[in-house]
Ligand binder design. Structure first.
Ligand code: TRP
Ligand code: SF4
Length: 331
């Protein structure tokens, strides 16, 4: 890997099948970054286990789903390192070092922690590991001496903690870790079928695992301009979720559709039907590629094995530096 390039690391928790929101909110951005940076893309299965420990059997399938979808969307295993967190044992070693120097108060005060304790009611996340969620995330990032971490707004407190933890380590022992910066994704938000944020827990997602029939049926249910009741009413494309999908995936079509909609020359049912076909055609190569990758488990496993090897090289080197800095000797 070209060492003069800056390093990017990001990760996703394998807690479900990926949907169009992940493509627009993260993966498209990753695909661009891999042209310019040394990228590490990680499946954060330990982080998934922190909330799914009572029922962990699906995590494995989601790992395969997620990685197959990344690759189908354009993450290139020859350019980027794709790996599973639990396969690189160094994450837990560094997690321990960082746990020793992270004050409890930093974790208890973390806004994401407080919010999740308030919001997650269907399982018990009052555990020792879950409190330490951001410490493991810091280990993920610092182990690769990442310079940039592409994340959504919700992860900013974790990035801030990572920087504080890195600073504390560097000050206590020896300059070892660069302070990573967040790369905030500025992409347009893709809403779910019902106009709320696209999220598995709202049941409003379009998944890469959907069949064509499921895809079409979902598109037909999509909310449109709430102010347009009769066919003769003029539409307001800016307030229509269908139109926002067109802007995101088929921007070349917006010019022709906007006046048709505003002048009530096209009905919403017809519009959605047309869009569903066009959108499906546009996304079909991704759906098909994802399927074929999932069928060929051997190749997928080889990709992850290779990723593990490459990730372990960097991780091993950093951990050994960290051990020396703390005056513990590695192995
Ligand atoms: N906490 C991240 C999320 O829920 C997932 C994650 C784990 C991560 N480790 C990371 C993201 C390291 C960026 C860098 O989205
Ligand atoms: Fe939305 Fe299309 Fe209906 Fe206009 S015609 S409101 S863009 S669904």
């Amino acid at each position: 890997m070209n060492q003069s390039k800056k390093i990017v690391l990001s990760g996703m928790r394998p807690t479900g099948c990926l949907h169009l929101g992940h493509l627009v909110g993260a993966i498209n951005n990753w695909v661009k970054l891999q042209e310019e940076y040394s990228c590490f893309f990680m499946v954060a299965d330990w982080h998934a286990l922190m909330s799914e420990y009572e029922n962990p059997s699906n995590i494995k399938n989601y790992i395969f789903d997620n990685v197959a979808t990344w690759i189908a969307c354009g993450i290139d295993p020859d350019k980027s390192v794709i790996f599973v967190q639990s396969g690189v044992k160094e994450h837990l070693y560094l997690n321990m070092f960082l746990s020793c120097l992270t004050p409890l108060g930093w974790l208890e005060r973390c806004p994401t922690y407080k919010e999740q304790l308030r919001e997650i009611k269907d399982r018990d996340i009052q555990t020792y590991a879950f409190l330490g969620y951001p410490v493991l995330q810091a280990a993920d990032i610092l182990l690769y001496r990442a310079n940039f971490v592409p994340v959504g707004q919700d992860q900013i407190p974790h990035l801030e903690l990572t920087r504080e933890i890195a600073r504390r380590f560097n000050n206590l022992y020896k300059e070892t870790f660069p302070e990573p910066e967040a790369f905030l994704s500025k992409v347009p938000k893709l809403l779910g079928l019902d106009g709320r944020k696209m999220s598995k827990s709202y049941g409003n997602t379009i998944n890469f695992s959907d069949s064509k029939d499921e895809f079409m049926a979902k598109m037909q249910k999509m909310f449109t301009d709430p102010k347009r009741i009769k066919l003769a009413d003029s539409g307001h494309p800016k307030e229509c979720n269908v139109f926002s999908y067109i802007s995101v995936f088929l921007p070349e079509r917006t010019k022709e559709l906007q006046p048709l909609c505003e002048n009530a020359k096209i009905g919403c049912t017809e519009c959605k039907k047309k869009l569903s076909e066009l959108l499906y055609n546009k996304l079909e190569p991704i759906f098909v590629k994802r399927q074929s990758i999932l069928k060929d488990k051997k190749t997928l496993k080889d990709i992850l094995e290779e990723g593990k090897k490459r990730a372990s090289e960097t991780a091993g080197q950093t951990l050994s530096d960290a051990m020396k800095a703390v005056s513990l000797v590695y192995e």
